[in-house]
Structure formats: C-alpha cells, structure tokens
Design a protein around this ligand. Structure first.
Ligand code: ADP
Ligand code: ADP
Length: 221
C-alpha cells in the first residue's frame, strides 16, 4: 500500500514562484527514503504539502487513502496526528522538562495522563534518554536535544515520520546516531522521509534517494 503519493504536484507561492513542478512519486508503506537537492530546490515545500502546512497548487497529494486536496477541514488535525515531524531546530520549549516537551502531542490528542506517561517513557527509552525526563532540555547537549525532538515526533506512533534537515546542527557521529534511530522506527513499520543535503551521510545509508532540482524530481522516482 502507498503511504504517500504525489500525482503531478505543483506548488506556486503567491509571489508567483514555482517551488514544485510536476512532482510524481510514491512512497510505499514501510519505506524509508531521503529527499535531497540544492538549497531552494523545494525539499521543505514538499514536506509541508504532506503535513498540510501548505496546499498544492495543482495535482494531488495522497497520504494513505486520503487525497489531501479533498480532506474536510475538520479532519486536518486528525491528519496531522498521523504524521510525526522532526525539524533541524527541534523547537523544544525551554520553560519545561524533557517529559513535558515529549508529552505535548499526547495532551493535544487527549490521552489519559497515565497512558500518556507510559508512552512518553517508552519514547524516551527508545532514544536513550529515560534518565533525563526531569531535566530542562536547555541543559542537554545538541545531540540529546535532537533526540528529545525525535521522541516527541514518535510518541504518538505516527504512520509517517518526516524530518527536515534533522542532522543540520550535529557532527557526523551524532548524525549517524540519529539516522540509526530513524532506521529503528522504520523497522517497526513507520514510513520515513528525510530531507537532507548531507550527501555523504545519505550515501552511507544506502536508501532510496529522491533528488529535487529547481522544483522538479530529477532522480529516485
Ligand atoms: P529547500 O527546502 O529545498 O531549500 P524550499 O522548499 O524551502 O526549498 O523553497 C523552494 C523555493 O520556494 C525557494 O525558491 C524558496 O525561496 C521558495 N519559497 C519557500 N517558501 C516560500 C514562501 N512561503 N513564499 C514564497 N516563496 C517561498
Ligand atoms: P490539475 O488537473 O490542474 O492538476 P486538479 O484537478 O488535480 O488540478 O486539482 C484542482 C485544484 O484542487 C488545484 O488547483 C488545487 O488548488 C486543488 N488541489 C488539488 N490537490 C490538492 C492538494 N493535495 N491539496 C490542496 N489543494 C489541492
């Protein structure tokens, strides 16, 4: 089954700039792939269409069985909950503990507190930070902060995990660790799409790689 499908997708921003042109690809359920290309090639835009942070100007974006162009407004938050997102600057809140950061998606989704706590600890365990739950994330290293961001992205067991330059601030060794984590989640069935311009890292991972150039997919389809 397809997890993500782009059918002749175009994205034109209001200023008239075409960020994506005729993009066609399918990511199968359970696949892990990279998305690369020069700065401005359209990587972030492509991820934003999947998260419905932006809408396609033409064509169709499907996640699972859902055509996002036809998704009723009341289902947008349901849709976003199917997806976990990891960003480069991980957007942790420094006014609360690691635990409180990771539990946020579950609070929004209305989980019972005991159930939420159990899931948060399972997520922190997976990223090797169980002993840091009471710490303020500002006291952690950048690699640890990024792993808190990953725990928060997977705590609600999303079908799809998207990452936008998740290793942008990390040295090669930490980057490798983050990639191994993504592989672990992929092995248990999560579909993973990672935007990155770190070509040597991508090369080492030996996964399917979609390449964007000036808004067009030129390789990996
Ligand atoms: P990448 O992630 O590969 O660097 P982006 O998807 O961020 O590329 O950007 C693709 C193109 O779209 C770039 O030319 C960028 O300037 C433009 N762009 C991105 N976001 C917007 C926006 N909100 N409004 C107008 N143009 C944008
Ligand atoms: P075209 O035949 O020109 O590719 P479509 O019939 O696929 O256009 O789509 C018609 C309109 O529906 C598009 O112009 C776009 O505004 C909207 N649309 C289609 N898919 C999506 C989507 N995934 N998200 C948001 N809007 C969409």
């Amino acid at each position: 089954m397809a997890a993500i499908q782009f059918l002749n997708v175009g994205k034109r921003y209001s200023e008239g700039h075409d960020a994506l042109i005729g993009v066609d690809f399918t990511l199968e359920s359970g696949e892990m792939a990279f998305l690369t290309g020069h700065s401005g090639a359209g990587k972030s835009t492509l991820l934003k269409l999947i998260m419905l942070m932006e809408r396609a100007s033409r064509g169709h974006v499907l996640v699972g069985d859902e055509d996002l162009g036809a998704l009723p407004r009341r289902l947008v938050s349901w849709h976003r909950r199917r997806i976990g997102v990891v960003l480069q600057n991980h957007q942790l809140l420094f006014d609360r503990s690691v635990f409180a950061n990771v539990v946020m998606p579950l609070e929004i989704a209305g989980y019972a507190p005991e159930d939420a706590a159990r899931r948060v600890r399972a997520a922190l365990d997976k990223v090797g930070l169980l002993n840091r739950e009471k710490h303020n994330p500002i006291t952690l290293s950048s690699g640890e902060q990024q792993r808190v961001g990953i725990a928060r992205a997977i705590v609600h067991k999303p079908q799809v995990l998207l990452a936008d330059e998740p290793t942008g601030n990390l040295d090669p060794e930490l980057s490798e660790g983050v990639m191994r984590l993504f592989e672990q989640f992929n092995r248990i069935g999560t579909t993973v799409l990672i935007a990155s311009h770190d070509l040597s890292l991508i090369h080492r991972m030996r996964k399917r790689t979609l390449v964007l150039k000036n808004g067009r997919l030129v390789s990996g389809v």
